[in-house]
Write a new protein. Structure first.
Length: 260
């Protein structure tokens, strides 16, 4: 049994560790919560959830634009401005988009372009909360689904190596999908996955190699990294592709369930 005096001691030690004065990193320092920050965060998450479930990019763009207008100095305001701008461009693209009559008759390059466009509608969320969200996880694996549905990410994976040059270019594409990611063990923690997040994951499957989080742990989504960090990873992928593109693909043929 832990005595009351010992329990109080452990509690005091715990808070001492969390004290900003004893922290070596600002990331772990306990900081007062800014009410304005909390309101902006909540509105930001509302907009993400709306885009995820409703898919109305025009309305979502308005929601993000309102956040950017009200909280321009906060990170949520700045990210909202970027998302609003992208979503408005995507709305204009949707207006002129025409579905092909028969996808099976498209050339390989045309199919790649088609499924890249369709990445915008992939609306996944992790089945285990809180956790990281993956475009190619077991929950969306067509081999485990009764209907066999393949979203755009799986379609590009199935095409394989011909998609690699396009996917490498997409590593710089910050257009949003409708897929929601989690980053913290709290309710108020959501991020909208970008094209570049999907591209990295599909590339790693096709090339059978991890480029970010080699040990399997990713502290952030690819789109959340600094631009410098992303460019370093992109350079590594390009260099690897230059060396291996003429070699046979040693990725699983698709007869087995991939490791997640």
């Amino acid at each position: 049994m832990i005595k009351k005096k010992e329990l109080v001691y452990f509690i005091l030690m715990f808070f001492a560790i969390l004290n900003p004065m004893s922290c070596k990193s600002e990331e772990w320092a306990v900081k007062p919560i800014d009410p304005l920050y909390s309101v902006a965060e909540e509105k930001f998450i509302d907009a993400i959830v709306f885009l995820h479930y409703q898919g109305d990019r025009a309305k979502a763009a308005d929601m993000f634009a309102e956040i950017a207008r009200k909280y321009p100095e906060l990170k949520y305001g700045q990210e909202s401005q970027e998302l609003s701008d992208f979503l408005r461009k995507m709305v204009e693209e949707d207006k002129v988009w025409r579905e092909p009559e028969d996808i099976s008759k498209l050339t390989v390059d045309e199919r790649i372009s088609y499924w890249v466009y369709k990445l915008r509608d992939v609306n996944l969320v992790t089945p285990a909360k809180p956790s990281s969200t993956h475009f190619l996880d077991w929950a969306s694996d067509p081999r485990l689904r009764k209907d066999g549905f393949k979203h755009a990410g799986w379609q590009l994976l199935e095409i394989g190596k011909p998609t690699v040059p396009v996917l490498i270019r997409l590593l710089n594409d910050r257009k949003p999908t409708r897929t929601v990611g989690y980053t913290r063990f709290t309710y108020l923690s959501r991020t909208i996955q970008r094209y570049q997040d999907a591209a990295l994951e599909i590339l790693e499957k096709i090339l059978n190699k991890k480029f970010y989080g080699e040990e399997g742990y990713r502290s952030n989504y690819f789109s959340e990294l600094s631009a410098e960090h992303r460019q370093k990873i992109i350079a590594e992928i390009k260099a690897y592709w230059e060396k291996t593109q003429e070699k046979p693909n040693d990725r699983s043929s698709g007869d087995t369930i991939p490791n997640y």
